[in-house]
Design a protein around this ligand. Structure first.
Ligand SMILES: *Cc1c(COP(=O)(O)O)cnc(C)c1O
Length: 386
């Protein structure tokens, strides 16, 4: 065996020994909530397609029309020939939804964060990151020569302390956080963070991958508080409640124009396929016109948390912690045997000792299935504790 295979094989064996090896399982999503896996059909409580829009007839038809007209790919970077007019229509729609002057669409949410952060920060700047922020916010921060410091999860006092201590020593400070935390389902306290950051002339950026379409009446976490708490940088993805693929940033026009000129993941990556832009526009039509649909995922999540005696869900994401990775895997297999697809989330996606089942709720789940699932989980927790 050559050294490359030996290196990879050794790494895999070490992960396997810690129950941390991951494997891909071919999974066909046949509608918004059912998946086919290994010849079985399961109800998924692991998809982020919170509104089932990936299979909505109007969204699929819009994608099919754009596909027939414009083909499968955009052909080049947006700055060359890849800026299909649908992408600009989509940007207008996203900016309106978020109450921003302008928007920039990227190939994915990951590409958005790894493009935005190093474009807005450099030598002599500081990036403050919530300790539970999504991996691609960390990845984007690591691409910047700026100093990177974490603050304790959702701890506004800690953030205030760090800003007071460090602000004067840096040219610019960027503060980054999930709007809705992807593995915990809680909301960042934007009602306190927005004024705090403004008072220190620090730029606040929210990653609202799990907020748009499902909280704040569908407009995302900036709109989830009594008064609008809108940071100057609102990033998000088209890949979750919007049901397709792609990412975006909403901000004031000079910021967006600068990102379009300089963000490496815009300049050096191919434009979003036109059919994805068309699908996202159709999904936004539905999100903006159906407030009942938009409220359903959180309602289902609250049905689940109430049945289990957990604090009321703030978003469609509910974690149930099992601690050791092996315990979460055992619970996952038991639920799968009952027809439920709920994926165990293990380190390094979550901190060591906090392996969990991460439940996500869809507008398309029936209340009966949610309650049946809660019964099954209650039994598993009792067994794990015994
Ligand atoms: C999923 C996710 C992303 C990445 O978005 P993609 O469009 O899937 O690349 C970014 N941030 C958060 C918080 C996410 O949950």
């Amino acid at each position: 065996m050559d050294s490359l295979d030996a290196f990879a094989g050794g790494k895999l064996a070490a992960l396997e020994a810690k129950s941390l090896k991951r494997t891909l399982v071919p999974t066909g999503r046949t509608d918004g909530v059912h998946v086919e896996r290994g010849g079985k059909t399961l109800i998924s409580f692991s998809c982020n397609d919170y509104l089932g829009l990936s299979h909505h007839p109007r969204v699929k038809a819009a994608a099919a029309d754009a596909l027939a007209r414009w083909g499968t790919g955009s052909g080049a970077s947006r700055l060359v020939t890849g800026d299909n007019p649908l992408i600009e229509d989509l940007e207008t729609r996203l900016a309106r939804l978020k109450g921003a002057e302008a928007a920039c669409v990227f190939g994915s949410g990951y590409l958005a964060n790894t493009g935005i952060i190093p474009t807005l920060t450099g030598e002599g700047d500081l990036i403050l990151v919530d300790e539970l922020a999504h991996a691609c916010l960390w990845a984007g921060s690591q691409l910047s020569p700026a100093d990177v410091v974490m603050f304790r999860h959702n701890d506004v006092d800690h953030l205030a302390e760090l800003l007071a201590e460090t602000r004067a020593a840096y040219r610019h400070v960027l503060v980054v956080t999930d709007g809705v935390f992807s593995m915990d389902g809680d909301l960042a306290p934007l009602d306190r963070m927005v004024p705090l950051c403004a008072a220190h002339d620090a730029w606040l950026m929210t990653d609202d991958a799990h907020g748009v379409g499902v909280v704040g009446g569908g407009r995302g976490s900036s709109y989830a508080f009594e008064a609008t708490a809108k940071p100057p940088l609102q990033m998000g993805t088209l890949s979750k409640a919007i049901g397709g693929y792609g990412g975006y940033l909403c901000a004031n026009k000079p910021v967006i124009d600068f990102i379009k000129t300089r963000a490496r993941t815009v300049v050096y990556s191919t434009g979003l396929p036109p059919a994805n832009a068309a699908a996202a526009i159709a999904a936004l039509d539905l999100i903006e016109s159906d407030s009942v649909l938009v409220g359903e995922p959180v309602r289902k999540a609250r049905l689940f948390t109430a049945a289990l005696g957990l604090p009321p869900a703030e978003s469609p994401i509910v974690p149930v912690l099992f601690g050791p990775a092996e315990a979460a895997l055992t619970a996952m297999r038991a639920l799968e045997a009952m027809g439920f697809m709920v994926v165990a989330i293990r380190p390094p996606t979550v901190p060591a000792g906090t392996a969990r089942l991460r439940f996500t709720f869809s507008a398309l789940h029936s209340d009966a299935d949610v309650l049946r699932l809660a019964d099954a989980v209650r039994a598993l927790l009792a067994k794990a504790a015994a």
